[in-house]
Design a protein around this ligand. Structure first.
Ligand code: GLU
Length: 363
């Protein structure tokens, strides 16, 4: 049985929202109780919880999730406060201190902020507190959003080097075509991705697809990921303390990405897209080459050299990510050109590769 030292538990909005769409206090109390039992057993636990927007909607009597950014941000501001009150109250009853952390994508892009959070988390855990994390929805605009809390939870699991990420949702796990739960996934293949379908949810933002993407990020960091039903009785304790196999376990693969590649592939947000021809795609995917200007057919977005960008095939499907060696303006001038022509086009001698293979990840 896997013996964890540190785990990250993600709780979805649907798990902690009642039929009337208010916060399901009993459920939160139950989850807090299980986390406390796990803590009592010496396993450090970090919670990533959604539910701020849902709780805010309920408080304001809204029937539908607002679509305007400022409405969403105001709703989250009201709901986050309520959410934290409830968590704090139940943790206090069990003798634990809940510590709120609100993060955005920028905290993962910026190295010094990233390290700060890491140190804060370690300090909180040393104090015996339980960090309770959500996206900072009140300040997060589209460009700086992590996107969904599934993604946020895998970023946090990687940041704090957790042994296991447990994503609690309102279904029993990843289902096959017949609706049976798949107990183990060793390889996140195209078939598995198809089973995830498209993401859709009116209260939160996730869905099975974002959970699989997070499982992929976690497993590439050497972290096992479990997707399980948050409403199953004693689910967390049964998985973590009794070693029961509930839900779907994505086994951490042998093929781990190094920290820099994980940052390129999962932690950062691409600032633009480069489309390449079939020849360049084959060179990158099959021959482990760098991306040269000659294979680039188009560029979109406004980025600088050093930013992470997405690499798409001729049909616009993303198949890789990398750190740009040139800005978007420069790439639009040198695309399709041979490396020997770059100096003449730009008027200065730049590097040969647009994305060096060391800065490139095939997804
Ligand atoms: N941060 C959002 C909230 O607390 C939820 C995002 C998500 O569900 O993925 O309401």
């Amino acid at each position: 049985m896997q013996r964890d030292k540190r785990i990250v538990v993600k709780v979805g909005t649907k798990v902690i929202t009642s039929k009337e769409r208010s916060l399901d206090r009993e459920r939160i109390k139950d989850i807090v109780g299980q986390v406390s039992d796990i803590r009592d057993n010496g396993i450090e636990t970090i919670l990533v919880t959604s539910g701020a927007i849902g709780a805010g909607m309920w408080t304001l009597g809204m029937k539908r999730r607002p679509s305007k950014l400022e409405q969403l941000q105001a709703t989250a501001s009201i709901g986050q406060n309520l959410l934290m009150q409830v968590y704090s109250e139940y943790f206090r009853e069990r003798g634990y201190i809940a510590a709120q952390i609100l993060l955005t994508q920028e905290d993962f892009n910026n190295r010094s902020r990233y390290l700060n959070i890491k140190h804060t988390l370690e300090t909180l855990l040393k104090h015996g507190a339980v960090p309770v994390i959500n996206e900072n929805d009140t300040v997060a605009t589209e460009e700086i959003r992590c996107g969904d809390n599934d993604r946020l939870s895998s970023l946090v699991a990687d940041l704090c080097r957790a042994d296991r990420l447990i994503i609690l949702t309102d279904v029993d796990g990843l289902m096959d075509e017949e609706g049976k739960v798949i107990p183990n996934v060793y390889d996140i293949s195209a078939k598995i991705l198809r089973l995830g379908g498209k993401s859709r949810c009116d209260l939160g933002t996730g869905g099975m697809a974002t959970k699989i993407a997070s499982a992929r990020a976690a497993t590439k960091a050497g972290i096992t990921c479990v997707i399980a039903n948050g409403r199953t009785k004693g689910v967390l304790c049964r998985i973590v303390l009794q070693g029961e196999r509930l839900g779907t376990t994505f086994e951490s693969g042998k093929e781990k990405y190094a920290a820099r590649k994980r940052w390129i592939a999962f932690s950062s947000r691409p600032k633009g897209v480069i489309r390449v021809d079939e020849g360049a795609k084959a060179a990158l995917c099959e021959r482990d080459r760098s991306l040269l200007a000659s294979g680039i057919t188009s560029v979109s977005g406004d980025f600088s050299s050093g930013d992470v960008i997405s690499i798409a095939d001729s049909e616009g499907r993303e198949f890789g990510r990398g750190v740009a060696g040139y800005s978007s303006g420069e790439i639009s001038r040198i695309k399709g050109k041979r490396s020997t022509e770059i100096a003449a086009v730009l008027g200065y001698k730049g590097r040969e590769e647009v994305i060096h293979k060391d800065n490139l990840v095939i997804l």
